[in-house]
Design a protein around this ligand. Structure first.
Ligand SMILES: [Zn+2]
Length: 432
């Protein structure tokens, strides 16, 4: 280490020592060692600049930090610190910027007290990034504004060899467990995450969001390789005409598009809604599907390749078919007048294959198809889902894409697998 690497803050903090160090550094090896020893003391010197917290010069106040307790009201927090009822009432009534009824127990807050021990600022942390600051300017005058902490994006990499679950493997490797969900989405059409086995392995290049040095989530996955049952699956993120998606090493999309609709329909009679008036049951309930009005007998097609997991009858659904496309997506088709021949659990179907015919069986006022769509076990509106594009890298992007993935491939291959777990997949599988 040389003197030039001393942080500027530390230099300003101790000008006299600095002069001594500069003198010492020109006097041989012993002096060098002294300088290094002194440098350690130097770097620990207090910073002269005001420290900002929530955008406020925190060292001009006395800072009290806590967390909202169960059944604790705003008045409980503020009254003991010189904020009067009139000001508290204003905060509670002014809901434009933040509605204090949304304060939750367990969330951190801070009070910044002036020389007279009364609160100058009250800060409530809505989540790990966003906060609200109330500033007391005397009397019942209160200003309120929102702020957010600086989010730092850091580059990360992880490699793992599956022993138990994907989650546990990620945790053991020091990566966020939620990376598993992101990988499941990327590889939805190529890897069945319910069938991964001991010895399967992966490498991932990703970025993580940090606030105050603490992780607040995954930013994005740039590239991944996954060895699943002896086959290698590569995934590279690429923005093509401002649409980001994942592609393999040949520029083919890892996603397959669903058909826009499972039938030729006359109109959409009801859209996906968390709350709608049910025409048969005469009450408000969620309608977690899309209703397509169409004449009885209209062919219904599977919107994607998959396997039939149910073909049967219930009082509500009537005749219905449920198809699992992969570990992420499942679709269901209700109120059929009849099934296509051979429709039973376990049958493989292709995208566009006829699986049944429109009817009004079950709870239905007239002939229509109710189409339901699951993503990761939760019913969602396929029209609201950002289903990535399924087209390949275009000719004009090909050169840039190849250049980019060459670099990413090298970086992926350089990520070491955890020691002690580098046994070949076959051996690991035999042992387990
Ligand atoms: Zn419906």
């Amino acid at each position: 280490m040389t003197l030039f690497r001393l942080p500027a803050k530390a230099l300003y903090g101790a000008p006299l020592l600095l002069v001594l160090l500069l003198l010492a550094s020109s006097c041989g090896q012993q002096a060098q060692r002294d300088a290094e020893a002194a440098q350690q003391t130097l770097t620990e010197a207090p910073a002269p600049e005001p420290e900002l917290q929530y955008g406020l010069p925190v060292d001009s106040f006395r800072l009290l930090a806590g967390a909202v307790q169960r059944n604790e009201f705003l008045a409980d927090i503020l009254l003991p610190h010189g904020v009067d009822y009139a000001a508290i009432d204003r905060i509670a009534r002014d809901r434009d910027i933040f509605d204090v009824r949304r304060m939750r127990a367990g969330q951190p807050y801070a009070l910044m007290l002036g020389a007279d021990s009364s609160a100058r600022h009250f800060v409530y942390e809505e989540n790990k990034v966003d906060y609200v600051v109330w500033t007391f300017a005397g009397g019942d005058s209160v200003q309120v504004e929102r702020g957010s902490k600086p989010v730092e994006i850091v580059q990360r990499q992880v490699a793992g060899v599956i022993e138990g679950s994907m989650y546990q493997t990620l945790i053991d490797a020091g990566a966020p467990a939620l990376l598993a969900n992101r990988l499941a989405d990327i590889y939805a059409w190529s890897i069945d995450f319910y069938r991964i086995q001991a010895g399967d392995r992966f490498r991932v290049l990703y970025t993580e969001k940090l606030v105050d040095g603490e992780s607040v989530g995954i930013d994005s996955i740039q590239a991944a390789s996954f060895r699943f049952r002896g086959m290698e699956f590569l995934a590279f993120h690429y923005d093509q005409d401002s649409l980001g998606s994942y592609y393999d090493e040949n520029g083919h999309s890892l996603q397959k598009a669903f058909l826009q609709a499972p039938l030729n329909y006359t109109r959409i009679s009801s859209r996906f809604s968390r709350r709608r008036f049910h025409p048969v049951q005469k009450r408000y309930k969620a309608h977690l599907g899309t209703d397509y009005a169409a004449p009885t007998g209209t062919p219904i097609r599977s919107t994607g390749d998959g396997v039939v997991v149910a073909a049967g009858y219930t009082r509500g659904n009537g005749n219905y078919v449920k198809i699992r496309h992969n570990s992420v997506y499942t679709t269901q088709y209700l109120h059929m007048s009849r099934f296509a021949s051979g429709m039973r659990s376990g049958k493989a179907v292709r995208q566009g294959e006829v699986i049944g015919y429109v009817g009004a069986t079950g709870l239905a006022t007239g002939p229509h198809l109710c189409y339901r769509f699951w993503k990761n076990g939760e019913q969602v509106d396929p029209f609201q889902e950002e289903l990535p594009p399924a087209f390949p890298i275009s000719e004009e992007h090909k050169a840039a894409y190849q250049q980019r993935i060459e670099q990413l491939k090298k970086r992926l291959e350089a990520i070491p697998y955890p020691e002690a777990q580098t046994a070949e997949p076959q051996l690991a599988a035999m042992g387990g």
